[in-house]
Design a protein around this ligand. Structure first.
Ligand code: FAQ
Length: 339
């Protein structure tokens, strides 16, 4: 390394690229160390060397996840003022607030990879960054609050439990706390559905109508089928993803069907049936055209969701400015006191 300044091109007569091969050897050693950590299921931490593609993949996935949490506050936020009782309002408020908190942990986890929060938020607001397809569907009745908790949080937990073992330390640790909170979210949603399904015929019908609308979008939430998933092979090799999109989807369906039966709800899939041989439920064809339409910005609420986020960001500018001025004042005071 120290000899580089002396080895100018064209100088010397002997074999030249000694330092290049030393660099190569160092790069190979770093890569081998990274691979060994992954193979031994050790965590990669922010100060550890990591391949650039690993870093970029994590930034993509964690920031998309953070955006999903923040945009995911909107469909339920829509019902806070219309909750049917003080108890339900308190529960919904706490849940929506939790989702905001999850977004903050996740933005912080992504920041440890050297990306700024401003850049991540700019990517969301410009429509460049993705967030979960599920939050582009409208919430038309109170039963949608039950379906989101029961099904959307249920699907999120199914996907996130394996992420608690993700190879990147800050993401894995954020996931542990998030999963605990999601578990409360799922239970409150199921309890809400139980109350509706045990209520009047109108309440039961409202629960079924909401379930009919949410079932397929939730099944799609796990992402494209494994054969069309562009990132899965690599992210599984890196220990970021632990279970494939299709396997998680199957686990979710297997777990949810008996829950729907307990509620007395009909699953809106005529092809759904238990398969003795596989020990899983078979299910009907997924409308992948609808999935990609929603992912690519043309779902029922994509424009509205982004517009709401943009407005919130603009309206919050004074809060960010005030917080910065306050932080600068505090830092100056500390400096004066230390002098
Ligand atoms: N929506 O190659 P793959 C929640 C994109 S949190 C939109 O399979 P990957 C909590 C994907 O990004 C919900 N886009 O990709 C809550 C990629 O595009 P890109 C969010 C999707 O990354 C509850 C392309 O398709 N959870 O719900 C979707 O290996 C209630 C190819 O796909 C997470 O983010 C989709 N559904 O697998 C909050 C968990 N699926 O990036 C409020 C972490 C796929 O190349 C209320 N993320 N795409 O442009 C993951 O586990 C993964 O990123 C997957 C996708 C499984 C989402």
């Amino acid at each position: 390394m120290y000899t580089q300044a002396m080895d100018l091109p064209g100088q010397g007569t002997g074999p030249q690229p000694v330092e290049a091969s030393a660099d190569d050897a160092a790069a190979l050693a770093r890569q081998a160390q990274f691979d060994a950590r992954i193979d031994h299921d050790h965590k990669i931490e922010p100060r550890d060397w990591m391949p650039e593609a690993y870093r970029r993949t994590l930034v993509r996935q964690i920031s998309q996840h953070a955006h999903s949490e923040v945009v995911g506050m909107l469909p339920e936020g829509n019902w806070i003022t219309r909750a049917p009782s003080l108890r339900r309002k308190a529960i919904l408020l706490a849940k929506v607030q939790d989702e905001g908190g999850h977004g903050l942990y996740l933005y912080s986890a992504a920041e440890t990879l050297g990306v700024s929060r401003d850049d991540m938020i700019a990517a969301l607001l410009s429509g460049k960054a993705k967030y979960s397809s599920i939050f582009n569907y409208p919430t038309l009745s109170w039963a949608d609050m039950g379906c989101i908790g029961w099904l959307v949080d249920g699907a999120a937990i199914m996907n996130q439990i394996p992420l608690c073992r993700c190879s990147y330390g800050p993401y894995a640790r954020a996931m542990i706390r998030i999963c605990k909170e999601e578990s409360f979210h799922q239970r409150q949603g199921y309890e809400l559905m139980l109350a509706l399904c045990n209520g009047t015929p109108e309440q039961k019908a409202m629960a079924q109508e909401a379930f009919d609308r949410w079932w397929w979008p939730v099944v799609m939430m796990f992402g494209p089928s494994d054969k069309d998933s562009i990132h899965s092979a690599q992210t599984m090799q890196w220990g970021i993803k632990r279970i494939s999109n299709d396997d998680l989807r199957q686990k979710f369906i297997d777990a949810t069907v008996p829950q729907a039966e307990l509620l007395g709800l009909q699953i809106p899939d005529p092809d759904l049936k238990w398969n003795e041989q596989t020990g899983h439920y078979d299910y009907g064809a997924i409308d992948w055209d609808e999935f990609w339409r929603v992912v690519n910005g043309d779902g029922p609420c994509n424009r509205e969701r982004l517009e709401t986020r943009r407005r919130a960001h603009e309206n919050g500018a004074w809060v960010r400015e005030a917080a910065l001025v306050y932080a600068r004042k505090q830092a100056a005071r500390r400096q004066r006191e230390a002098a």
